[in-house]
Design a protein around this ligand. Structure first.
Ligand SMILES: Cc1cc2nc3c(=O)[nH]c(=O)nc-3n(C[C@H](O)[C@H](O)[C@H](O)COP(=O)(O)OP(=O)(O)OC[C@H]3O[C@@H](n4cnc5c(N)ncnc54)[C@H](O)[C@@H]3O)c2cc1C
Length: 636
């Protein structure tokens, strides 16, 4: 029941993310006349504070919302209206300022989980459908994906264990402890649909907050006793006669190899946890301290040090301003500059008024989640699509992409107005969304402008014992070198050895070209599933958790069908897999990140985009609703 004083309502509305306010109230009251055309936001201004709503529009929304919330409270504070599908569609369209097709309604009801229910939980259990069948699943990895898979299997009553090489859960959010590490997808969307928090302390949580969230989920879902820590999977082999996987593990760094057996395996090893070190001549000869951003030394103190940082990708942009706060000098070596999206509240705490709204106005946090989802996925997809008739070289791929480029340029023009040298070095020559876009609240720009920080765009020639020598022959001495050089993202599932049917060796078969059907199943590897596998990543800062939830839904669907039918093995058909991958490859070539020749971690060594999903989230959700039994070679 919604209860509040007028003063609380006023304080909340003062800090509200206003675009989500009228949709929430329309949803609660069923009064769609609240969706006033004159108060609608412009999707093109999404990155601006309050989505570019004018001061007059903002006041209009606050006034209308105030009256409506008071009326809602005074009439009992309970929503008595059940929105129809078409009403929800209208509210969604209004929220994003553009037409949203009705296909999104069921997806969004599930994703938003407005009443806090878990709409994606399995609607069956092994006990019900195959009480006599023993079916064990081994999950490799206890990051966001492995935790999710474990929870879903637990809900379905399937026997499972999670094998994790680290001493704790969290994966990415355990390993990346560099200063400034945070999520670039706002937390109201970077969280499980069934474990949303209305009390996130920040809009974009720092690593420690995310780690606590995932640890909290493990506790809440009672998964801790199902995880074997410090247990690395070395090798997996499919045993055809028994229809089981033999999984070889090693406990600790030097324990003996042990063997486990399971009817199915879920690989949840992530894409971004094998640090990539550049092959620079003389790297080993450096006499100071050097490390990768994902291996940040525990009690490192950079105060007064001369620090060199190689790389200005997502991690570099986050950590360098923090390093610059204490270091004597910072030399930044940049190969390609990132596009920057200005997000004023990127580092901000969520103020008490907004916290109050999230926690007290029913459905507000969920409509805000929808807004974030749309803005970072479907809402930007059109500006990534290549227009084959567009001629702007590498600078843009279509009129919409050019428009985006021009808008992003305004930020560079503003922050480097009096620094043409930095403007020249930081404005990317390539089209927006060819690489991951970094977020900036001004701290990156301010850091680059600092007197003790130097941005070097000359190539590195070599590293010597005292520092880095660039192509011009200039030596910059350093006490510490930090490699913010990303991850071996294209080497999916390495260094594990995976052997499927008829001795098929996964890595030999892939030969550096990782592919899977829906990013999940691979021909000749029955009952073997990937999460965050090939082509399940997104460029525009949307949430990987969405993909992982779709993947678990599909994997559980496969297991359910096997249990119901009595089948012992499901192997995706080669033609189904190949047709799917042809479409994905074609789709990626039509997107900025596939078409433009700029170097990025989205491409493997042959230039194929092995990471990204080129279509809508809706399509991925639809494709993972249920496995088609006819897509699989089935063994009974
Ligand atoms: C710095 C950084 C920022 C990011 N920001 C965002 C963001 O803003 N939004 C977003 O959506 N995504 C972001 N990501 C991507 C992030 O990886 C995913 O969101 C998510 O954390 C992936 O979870 P996962 O469980 O699939 O993989 P991971 O988190 O990588 O977990 C994999 C787990 O598997 C374990 N493992 C691996 N191999 C083995 C083995 N052989 N045996 C046993 N265990 C093994 C690892 O130890 C690890 O615990 C970011 C990644 C990084 C590195």
């Amino acid at each position: 029941m919604f209860q509040a004083t007028d003063a609380e309502i006023d304080a909340g509305l003062r800090e509200a993310q206003l675009i989500a306010v009228l949709p929430t109230l329309a949803y609660l009251t069923g009064d769609l006349t609240l969706l006033r055309p004159e108060l609608i936001s412009q999707p093109l201004l999404a990155a601006q504070p309050q989505g570019g709503l004018t001061a007059e529009q903002q006041e209009g929304i606050r006034l209308l919302a105030r009256q409506t919330l008071i009326k809602f409270r005074d009439s009992g504070g309970v929503s008595r209206h059940q929105c129809s599908q078409s009403e929800i569609q209208d509210i969604m369209s209004y929220t994003v300022g553009a037409f949203v097709s009705d296909d999104y309604v069921p997806l969004m009801l599930e994703e938003l989980s407005v009443a806090g229910e878990d709409l994606r939980q399995p609607k069956w259990s092994r006990e019900e459908i195959a009480p006599k069948r023993s079916f064990k699943v081994l999950i490799v990895g206890a990051g966001m994906s492995g935790i999710l898979a474990g929870y879903r299997l637990k809900q379905a009553g399937i026997d499972f264990e999670i094998l994790e090489k680290n001493a704790d859960v969290g994966g990415t959010w355990l390993e990346n402890t560099y200063p400034g590490c945070r999520v670039d997808s706002a937390n109201h969307v970077y969280s499980y649909s069934f474990a949303q928090r209305s009390d996130w302390p920040l809009h974009f949580s720092t690593q420690d907050v995310l780690l606590e969230y995932f640890r909290g989920c493990v506790e809440k879902f009672d998964l801790a006793t199902s995880i074997q820590f410090q247990t690395q999977v070395k090798e997996m082999e499919w045993l055809e006669a028994e229809s089981v996987w033999r999984v070889s593990i090693q406990r600790g760094p030097s324990g003996p190899i042990e063997v486990l057996y399971a009817q199915a395996v879920i690989s949840a090893v992530g894409q971004l946890n094998r640090p990539k070190m550049p092959s620079i001549k003389g790297r080993e000869s450096f006499s100071g301290q050097s490390f990768h951003s994902a291996n940040w030394p525990d009690s490192l103190d950079l105060t007064g040090k001369s620090v060199a940082v190689i790389g200005t990708g997502a991690s570099g942009v986050q950590l360098i301003p923090e390093v610059a706060k204490v270091a004597k000098t910072v030399s930044i070596y940049q190969r390609t500059p990132p596009w920057l999206t200005p997000i004023a509240h990127y580092h901000d705490k969520i103020g008490p008024g907004l916290q109050w709204l999230f926690q007290n106005v029913p459905a507000y946090a969920q409509w805000y989640r929808f807004l974030l989802f749309w803005r970072t996925t479907e809402g930007v997809l059109a500006s990534c699509v290549v227009d084959p008739d567009w001629t702007d070289g590498e600078a843009s791929v279509s009129a919409a992409n050019r428009h985006l480029r021009d808008r992003l340029l305004l930020y560079f023009d503003a922050v480097f107005a009096d620094r043409p040298d930095l403007h020249e070095k930081t404005v990317p020559k390539y089209a927006p969304f060819s690489k991951r876009v970094a977020l900036d609240n001004g701290s990156w720009a301010a850091c680059l402008r600092s007197d003790h920080v130097e941005l070097i765009t000359d190539h590195i020639d070599h590293i010597g014992s005292s520092g880095i020598v660039d192509a011009e022959g200039t030596l910059r001495t350093a006490d510490v070198i930090i490699y913010a050089t990303g991850f071996e993202a294209s080497d999916f599932l390495t260094p594990m050895r995976v052997v499927g049917r008829d001795g098929a060796d996964l890595h030999k078969m892939w030969n550096g070209e990782a592919r899977a059907y829906l990013g999940i199943t691979i021909p000749h590897f029955p009952n073997f599933y990937c999460m965050y596998g090939p082509n399940t990543n997104i460029v525009a800062n949307g949430s990987i958790i969405f993909f992982s939830e779709c993947e678990t839904h599909y994997i559980l669907g496969c297991i359910e069908e096997m249990l119901r039918s009595g089948d012992s093995a499901w192997d995706i058909k080669v033609d189904v897999h190949d047709r799917f991958n042809e479409r994905v490859d074609h789709g990626n070539k039509n997107m900025a990140w596939g078409a433009v020749s700029v170097n990025s971690w989205y491409k493997n060594s042959s230039g194929r985009v092995a990471q990204n999903w080129p279509f809508t989230m809706l399509e991925y959700w639809q494709l993972t609703r249920r496995p088609e039994t006819s897509d699989y070679l089935r063994t009974h």
